[in-house]
Structure formats: C-alpha cells, structure tokens
Ligand binder design. Structure first.
Ligand code: ZN
Length: 417
C-alpha cells in the first residue's frame, strides 16, 4: 500500500470564531452546564480581558462547555487533538479549534498560539492532553511554563470538579452529578509572568492543577445511585491488590472483582471501594491507581519492564476524514519505548518507533467509540496510529502502558517530574 494519503494541514492559521457561531457555541454548551448546575467561582479574574492563556483540567467533554461559558462572549482558540476533528474538520476550525497530534513536540502549534494572542483572543489549552484516568491530575509537560512566558499574557486556570465522577473516562454514562464546580482563577498577570522564573511557573501551574474528583465527591457528599457505576473500573484498576495478579480484574454493576483470587469490592454511592470480605486495601480509587504506578516504577527501575510481543492491528489517521485500517502485526513496549510493526494488505511493512525520551506520557482509549476495543495512541507529526492489542490472543492493560510511558520518561529525566 503506497502511503500517499492527504495529510491534515497542521499549519493553517487559527480561525477567529465566526461572529454567528459565538452565540451558537454558547447555546450549545448552556443546557448541559445548566443541567449540572455548574457553579463557576472567579478569583482575580473579575476585571480580566483577553488576550490571556486559559489552562484547563481535562476529564470529560463537558470541560469545553464550561470553558465556553466561563469566557463568553470572548473569542477563543482551543487546542484539540486530531481525533476530535474526525468528520467535522470545517466546523471545528470555524469555532476556533487548533489541531495537534498528542504528545508530539510541535513548533507549529506555538506559532498558532502566538497568533491567537496577537488577535487579542483566549488561548485555551488542556495541558494534561488527555482525559484523566481516575479523576486526578495527569502529568503536565515541562514545556508549559516556557510557553506561558513566551506568550507573555495573563495565565488563567479553569479547574473543573465533578466531571470525572459524573462521566468517568472508563464508563461515560452521565450520572447526573450536580452541582458541579469550576474555579476560574488568575495565576499570573502579564507583568508577573514576564518576571517569573520558569521553575516557579511550572511549580505554580502544577499546584493549581492538584485536583481529586473522588475526594471532591466525598467531601460534598454527592451520591451516585447509578446501578452500573463500577462497570469499566477494571480498565483502570487492572491489578489485584490482594493477590497482585494483573489483567484478571472484571466489573459488573457496583462490583469490582479479581478473577484470579475471587476477591470482590463494592463501589459505594460516594465512590469508595469496600471489600466484600476481609481487608479493604484501598477505599480511595486514586490510591489503588498510584499503587499500580509504584509497581510499574519498580519494574522500570530494575530494568525488567516489558509487555512482551503483543499481536495488534493499527488504524491510522493521516487526516481528519476517517481512520484507515493500516494492517496487523506486533507491538512491544519495554525499556526502549514502543515499537510497532504491521503489514498491510499489499504486504508492505510499516513501522512506528517511539523512544522513551520522545514521549513523557501516552494517550490511551478504553473501548474506543464503544466498539473498537482498548488502544494506545502513538503519533508522529504527520500521522496517528491507534494501536489495538488483540484481547483474544494476549493479556494486557493499556493503563499499564500509559503508566510505564511516564515512569520510563521520568526515570530518564527525574528533574522534570
Ligand atoms: Zn486477586
């Protein structure tokens, strides 16, 4: 198969939102923001006017809607990953979205954001670059402080609470959580950002981004009565804390279960876990997740981390029209990073190698679009590979690969953690 696919034009300048779309984007966002009775608290942003940078946390599509409400009627450009553009490139460009391939170093994007700021608009960035897996902060790029300094405009954060527990990445069903909350806060004025040191900017952004949706839910006493509330949780919690076995977890209704030792946990209406019998190892879901991370880190530090060779298929996204089935082959993720090799229908071999220093984090999907299965999203500047290990032929957890990507990177560059 000759690769002569049309490529997404990443260099097109950002569009200023068409005047007639501005009220429309607001109206499209309003019903959901209203349904969840979102309370937006403003700190230091009362007299604020664009241009400014808006850094938002990322848990669900509702994040965009709350951001639209928070900044209305100002114009904004939103940085969005290419998969968000599929089949609606023109609309997304018209409402001001800028496309990026996830976890690539993209100088074009910086030029586009400079343009946004020069236009006098709001540059909306989701620096976690992927949905949070369990409602806590995902890693932030070390380049973020530098970007803010370069843009030289006020830095504002929008931290939403309740979006993960309302519609978690691992089971999107809307649980009707209300009221949700959002903090719209000035972090740096234009003058302050110019004089601040890079380390300090990164540290303050990281501090502003500390959030924990399950802790928030418990503090607020918000009950979720949805009967299927634990379904999908085994995608994140893939390792049993009782017998330590990986990849044997399952979930149904409100129950999370290890199929190796049979231990079960019930997920309460307040989002906590309780062992059906014996000790509750982790009642707080993010603690279980961090325990898994510590186990992955130990494998990385002893140099033993490897998924082994996994049979995979790859769907490629050269442009935003649709995925193109590229072929089948193998993927391995180990101490050297990712290596994927697939053969297409004409017998041609395609390879993607992502070294450890080339990726500080990794975007994954669970049951992509409800039917395609779990995958790892690997990117170059001109292509995106959704790589699906075959669950019929191997055992794996894409969550572990995402954790390992971060632990491998930070083992190499501890100062960036
Ligand atoms: Zn077990």
């Amino acid at each position: 198969m000759k690769d002569n696919f049309e490529r997404f034009d990443m260099t097109a300048p950002p569009m200023r939102t068409k005047w007639y779309l501005r009220p429309l984007t607001y109206l499209l966002s309003a019903p959901e923001v209203k349904k969840h009775k979102c309370i937006i608290t403003k700190t230091g942003t009362e007299g604020l006017k664009p241009p400014f940078v808006l850094l938002c946390n990322h848990n669900a599509f509702m994040d965009f809607k709350v951001a639209t409400k928070a900044i209305f009627p100002w114009r904004a450009n939103y940085v969005v990953a290419i998969d968000g553009f599929i089949g609606r490139e023109k609309l997304l460009r018209d409402v001001g979205c800028i496309c990026k391939r996830k976890f690539t170093n993209d100088t074009t994007l910086i030029r586009q954001l400079v343009r946004t700021v020069k236009n006098g608009d709001v540059a909306v960035i989701y620096p976690e670059a992927r949905y949070s897996l369990c409602g806590t902060t995902a890693v932030l790029p070390a380049s973020l402080g530098k970007l803010c300094k370069l843009l030289g405009v006020p830095v504002v954060t929008l931290i939403c609470h309740g979006h993960h527990v309302n519609s978690p990445f691992w089971n999107l069903h809307d649980r009707g959580v209300k009221p949700t909350e959002a903090e719209f806060s000035l972090l740096y004025s234009a003058d302050d950002i110019k004089s601040a040191a890079l380390d300090e900017i990164n540290r303050n952004i990281a501090l502003a981004f500390q959030y924990d949706d399950f802790a928030w839910q418990k503090e607020r006493g918000i009950r979720i009565t949805y009967k299927g509330r634990a379904e999908g949780l085994h995608k994140v919690l893939y390792q049993c804390p009782a017998c330590k076995t990986e990849y044997k977890m399952s979930s149904e209704g409100t129950i999370l279960k290890c199929n190796a030792c049979g231990k079960e946990w019930n997920m309460t209406e307040l989002g906590e876990l309780e062992a059906a019998k014996g000790e509750t190892e982790f009642s707080h879901i993010p603690d279980w997740y961090e325990w898994e991370r510590s186990n992955v880190r130990a494998e990385v530090l002893t140099g033993t981390y490897s998924t082994g060779e996994l049979p995979v298929r790859v769907d490629s996204l050269p442009n935003a029209k649709r995925f193109i089935p590229l072929g089948t082959g193998t993927m391995i993720h180990d101490m050297n990073g990712f290596r994927v090799r697939v053969t297409d229908k004409d017998g041609d071999v395609h390879e993607m190698v992502k070294t450890v220093p080339s990726m500080y984090s990794c975007h994954i999907e669970y049951e992509y679009l409800g039917k395609h299965g779990d995958c790892v999203d690997l990117n170059t500047l001109t292509d995106t590979w959704y790589t699906y290990p075959d669950p019929e032929k191997c055992e794996f957890a894409v969550t572990k690969m995402a954790l390992a990507t971060e632990e491998l990177y930070y083992a190499l560059r501890p100062s960036e953690r």
